[in-house]
Design a protein around this ligand. Structure first.
Ligand SMILES: C[S@@+](CC[C@H](N)C(=O)[O-])C[C@H]1O[C@@H](n2cnc3c(N)ncnc32)[C@H](O)[C@@H]1O
Length: 309
């Protein structure tokens, strides 16, 4: 199944694993944070490299998947002294470090942005057009408004901006008019996909319409989870969360994310908070792109906290 570029149900294939480990320069005894632990694919490899004596704090906003990942890592032999899971948004990174008692920061911090395969594959989460399900799209379905509730209230003008800014959608205006119709707005994944296809159908062939559907799902997901607001809070907190010489690695999957990470790292370098940053993003090679389609859009950027404060 993996050889065919597919991910087994209930799992997530981590991307750019060797590149992440290389950029983190891990050593036994270090302590650090996986801010988006997901299935724990990166975490498993990180834990192997920081042992013996290392500690990993795994964060995730998702209350449904995190307990499964914690249980999985425990069965692999990682005790609570070595690995701790904390359900929190990574925007609250300083509070998470305080809760761990790491008041002088971490040696490394990793973030692999976006959604996991488990979230995408669960029809009840409503993240994708592939399966019929309620339009939810929340990383934490126990907090805030679902995508359906958000769509039922959004104005045409606001949705138009969201589609342009978060997904570079060139047909934003007709799509926004079709979707922002109050109580009549799509409430399921298939209703949303059908409404987008109908709105772009006069100008797009079926393949282009599918791209538009994917972009609209992405834009609504970003809005519902305030993904750029939380990423910016995380990026602001990052330098102070690292010990001198500590390393941060961030994996992004679209231009809105990558632009923010690049700007924050460049500005930290200029102000002396970071002593070095990735000159260019690292990308997956042809073999990984073939084996794991999700790797195609991944970009890895790293930054090193200045040793002289
Ligand atoms: C791409 S997956 C991470 C996969 C992970 N690296 C692995 O190897 O399994 C992204 C994860 O980040 C979580 N996430 C997204 N935004 C978040 C946020 N603002 N705070 C905390 N977790 C977040 C999602 O719930 C999801 O589990």
């Amino acid at each position: 199944m993996r050889a065919r570029g597919q991910t087994p149900a209930g799992q997530h294939r981590p991307v750019l694993v060797e590149e992440v480990l290389g950029a983190l320069e891990l050593r036994a005894g270090q302590r650090g944070v996986d801010a988006t632990i997901g299935w724990g694919g990166h975490a498993e490899r990180v834990l192997a490299q920081i042992s013996p004596g290392g500690q990993l704090l795994g964060l995730d906003a998702d209350p449904l998947e995190l307990p499964k990942t914690e249980a999985r890592l425990r069965t692999l032999g990682h005790s609570p002294e070595v690995f701790r899971a904390l359900r929190t948004n990574f925007a609250a990174l300083p509070a998470a470090l305080a809760e761990a008692g790491w008041n002088d920061g971490a040696d490394f911090i990793l973030a692999d942005l976006g959604v996991s395969s488990m979230q995408l594959d669960d029809p009840e989460r409503g993240f994708g057009a592939k399966d019929e399900g309620p339009l939810d799209m929340r990383m934490n379905p126990r907090r805030g408004s679902s995508a359906a509730e958000w769509l039922a209230k959004v104005s045409v003008a606001e949705l138009d901006v969201v589609l342009r800014k978060y997904a570079d959608e060139s047909d934003a205006a007709p799509i926004a008019e079709a979707l922002a119709v109050g109580e009549e707005a799509p409430a399921t994944t298939s209703e949303l996909a059908a409404a987008v296809r109908a709105a772009v159908q006069p100008r797009r062939n079926p393949e282009e319409a599918s791209h538009a559907v994917r972009r609209v799902f992405q834009a609504i997901r970003i809005a519902v989870n305030d993904e750029f607001g939380t990423l910016e809070m995380f990026l602001r907190a990052l330098p102070a969360a690292l010990r001198p010489g500590g390393r941060a690695v961030i994996l992004t999957f679209h231009s809105g994310e990558d632009r923010r990470v690049k700007k924050a790292f460049q500005s930290g370098l200029r102000s002396g908070l970071y002593e070095s940053i990735a000159p260019e993003p690292l990308r997956a090679g042809a073999a990984e792109r073939r084996d794991n389609p999700r790797a195609s859009s991944a970009k890895l950027r790293w930054a090193v906290r200045a040793t002289i404060q």
